[in-house]
Design a protein. Sequence first.
Length: 97
Amino acid sequence: MFKLVKRFLGELVLFVKGINRAILEDSVSALELEYSELEAAFMTIVLGPLVGVKTVSPILSLELLSTLKDEVKFLESRALKGKDLLGDLMSSLGGEW
């Protein structure tokens, strides 16, 4: 009888740990989604005035552009590969082959 109760409590502890892990993973995925949406909004605010969308003044946009160095390099590499459709397809699949 004691072994049965001990086993039940052990399973209950594992169940609660599993629920905790699932909540944690769900929270992380929600934060990652929110991060990507905020990043897209920031890029629209910063790059918008450079292409004619009125969000902030172009001078402020140029000052904030330094924070997007990596993104600009990525966009530039995508633009250079724009003529190579097969290379663009392969890079969108997840790798520089």
